[in-house]
Design a protein around this ligand. Structure first.
Ligand SMILES: *[C@@H]1O[C@H](CO)[C@@H](O)[C@H](O)[C@H]1NC(C)=O
Ligand SMILES: *[C@@H]1O[C@H](CO)[C@@H](O)[C@H](O)[C@H]1NC(C)=O
Ligand SMILES: *[C@@H]1O[C@H](CO)[C@@H](O)[C@H](O)[C@H]1NC(C)=O
Ligand SMILES: *[C@@H]1O[C@H](CO)[C@@H](O)[C@H](O)[C@H]1NC(C)=O
Ligand SMILES: *[C@@H]1O[C@H](CO)[C@@H](O)[C@H](O)[C@H]1NC(C)=O
Ligand SMILES: *[C@@H]1O[C@H](CO)[C@@H](O)[C@H](O)[C@H]1NC(C)=O
Ligand SMILES: *[C@@H]1O[C@H](CO)[C@@H](O)[C@H](O)[C@H]1NC(C)=O
Ligand SMILES: *[C@@H]1O[C@H](CO)[C@@H](O)[C@H](O)[C@H]1NC(C)=O
Ligand SMILES: *[C@@H]1O[C@H](CO)[C@@H](O)[C@H](O)[C@H]1NC(C)=O
Ligand SMILES: *[C@@H]1O[C@H](CO)[C@@H](O)[C@H](O)[C@H]1NC(C)=O
Ligand SMILES: *[C@@H]1O[C@H](CO)[C@@H](O)[C@H](O)[C@H]1NC(C)=O
Ligand SMILES: CC(=O)N[C@H]1CO[C@H](CO)[C@@H](O)[C@@H]1O
Length: 419
């Protein structure tokens, strides 16, 4: 059985999940006419697509597979038409990029995504079999004519109910030779990485940059995921705080921003499989957080193996996007829930960590829609130890006083008898 893993922002999938190993493929696409190449693109892309099921919406992650091919609709333009690159993949899915140019610049004028909801391997339980086409004209890929557009950073493009995240892109349209031009136009996201602004000399009289006020403790939200027959298959209640290092537009430097997830503005969705479970938390269009849990059916233990985030906050110069699919947090046993009341920091990479508070999760083995008995994290057990030690010390003290009293009483009693 092969099916595409629902969680692919990441890089790899476990063999145990039984899914295609989705090392995100680098795809090469070329549009030629006659003997000459007019568009050449080497890129990775993944699609986050939300669709309707009978029981609400679901979000899946679909990668652009290495097997994608250039469709015949592609063209080099001319005769008033503009160049058009169409990549076909899977069961009737397509990604189209239309290019336009003037004397100095060329750009991706529009992006079209077509996906076929009949494809049950990517869109399980879809309540429609339509082929959906969505389009946007704000793609934000611009380069100088006769140069190669380069963008290694992940750059999300929102199109309809979907997000296309490109990464590691080198691409040229309106080519004059058969190979990508050695001259590059580097996207702004890459520039802020490579040319990190030097810290201002401390001797200047410049006013200190405003430090973002740290938010208070976040509030706890309750989230759940149901499977196709409406049975709750994942439960979570937790308070979450995102800690992201990004380039601040207002301060013109990289800052660390700590933001609480607001449960009353957050919706949950996800997917459950026998050995993997995904929880996606979406706060408006600003924050999208995915958790991937996996179950080891040999040891009957589960853990949080993947975390991914897409954040488009007001002070960012570009949406922030990162993921790590080789984590090992929140370890619990099948048939039990995992609980950690204490604050925990889940480090994802050098730019993103997630702080959790008052957390209880159960990604597998839910019965009657309720949490099973909890296994407490070590931090909570350590915190419990202090009152126990204090209590034991107090009990010991009481015991000593009592014994002393009893001995004293016996002595004085004995004293009476001798008289
Ligand atoms: C393609 O190249 C061949 C030989 O190099 C040439 O004979 C042919 O005319 C060219 N075709 C076009 C459309 O330029
Ligand atoms: C699919 O479900 C959504 C709500 O979940 C509903 O609004 C929509 O009409 C349904 N579509 C079909 C074709 O049943
Ligand atoms: C959509 O997918 C279904 C089933 O996978 C397939 O039969 C159909 O041909 C696809 N539609 C298109 C337009 O490719
Ligand atoms: C995409 O943009 C090009 C250039 O502006 C235009 O010619 C083409 O019709 C557009 N495609 C769609 C589907 O709108
Ligand atoms: C080319 O287009 C860009 C925007 O797409 C514009 O900023 C620039 O001024 C244009 N240049 C010329 C020479 O028309
Ligand atoms: C791009 O290259 C072509 C062929 O080498 C040349 O004719 C054209 O003037 C160049 N355009 C720019 C803007 O450099
Ligand atoms: C980016 O793409 C190049 C080939 O186009 C590949 O060699 C390289 O490993 C890719 N880098 C990442 C981080 O995927
Ligand atoms: C719902 O589906 C799950 C597996 O997807 C199954 O274990 C469970 O028994 C089903 N429940 C009902 C009420 O059909
Ligand atoms: C941002 O900082 C860089 C380097 O410190 C400087 O060259 C640039 O002018 C600054 N931009 C703004 C808008 O302040
Ligand atoms: C959401 O909750 C916060 C406090 O947790 C409250 O200040 C805010 O008004 C609430 N917003 C809505 C839309 O309920
Ligand atoms: C599952 O657990 C067993 C026993 O603890 C261990 O040997 C095995 O490596 C684990 N498998 C995975 C994929 O982690
Ligand atoms: C909770 C809920 O709406 N469950 C429904 C999920 O969908 C199946 C049919 O696909 C219904 O039978 C359930 O009632």
């Amino acid at each position: 059985m092969t099916r595409t893993c629902p969680f692919v922002v990441g890089i790899a999938c476990f063999a145990i999940l039984g899914c295609v190993t989705v090392v995100q493929s680098q795809v090469t696409l070329e549009v030629t006419e006659g003997n000459s190449t007019c568009i050449k693109a080497e890129l990775s892309a993944s699609f986050s697509i939300t669709y309707d099921t009978a029981n609400g919406t679901r979000t899946v992650m679909v990668p652009l597979p290495g097997s994608a091919v250039v469709g015949v609709a592609s063209s080099c333009g001319g005769d008033g038409r503009s160049p058009w690159l169409v990549a076909l993949f899977g069961d009737g899915h397509a990604l189209g990029l239309g290019f336009s140019s003037n004397d100095s610049l060329y750009s991706v004028a529009n992006l079209t995504l077509q996906y076929n909801l009949s494809d049950v391997s990517n869109f399980p339980e879809a309540n429609s079999t339509d082929v959906v086409t969505v389009e946007t004209t704000s793609v934000g890929m611009v380069a100088r004519v006769n140069t190669t557009y380069r963008c290694i950073s992940a750059s999300p493009v929102i199109v309809g109910g979907a997000t296309v995240t490109f990464s590691n892109v080198t691409m040229e349209a309106f080519m004059t030779g058969d190979d990508l031009s050695p001259n590059e136009s580097v996207c702004t996201a890459d520039q802020s990485f490579t040319t990190a602004p030097p810290p201002p000399p401390s001797t200047t009289t410049a006013a200190p940059a405003p430090v973002p006020t740290p938010p208070g403790t976040p509030s706890q939200g309750s989230y759940s995921v149901s499977n196709s027959n409406g049975t709750v298959c994942l439960l979570a209640r937790m308070a979450l705080q995102l800690n992201i290092s990004h380039f601040s537009a207002s301060q013109n430097k990289t800052i660390q921003e700590v933001v609480n997830l607001l449960p009353n503005q957050t919706t949950s969705s996800g997917l459950c499989d026998p050995t993997s479970a995904t929880l996606v938390l979406t706060q408006g269009s600003a924050t999208n957080l995915s958790f991937l849990f996996s179950l080891n059916s040999t040891s009957n233990r589960y853990h949080l193996t993947g975390l991914s985030v897409v954040a488009a906050w007001s002070d960012m110069t570009a949406p922030f996007d990162t993921s790590n699919s080789s984590l090992d947090y929140l370890r619990g046993s099948l048939g039990r829930s995992y609980m950690c009341i204490s604050e925990q920091t889940l480090a994802v990479d050098q730019n993103f960590s997630l702080n959790t508070f008052q957390l209880q999760v159960q990604p597998f083995g839910i019965t009657r829609g309720q949490f099973a008995q909890a296994e407490e994290c070590q931090l909570d057990q350590d915190n419990m130890l202090i009152p126990i030690v204090v209590g034991a010390a107090l009990a010991g003290l009481v015991l000593i006083v009592l014994i002393a009293y009893l001995i004293g009483r016996k002595r004085s009693h004995a004293g009476y008898q001798t008289i």
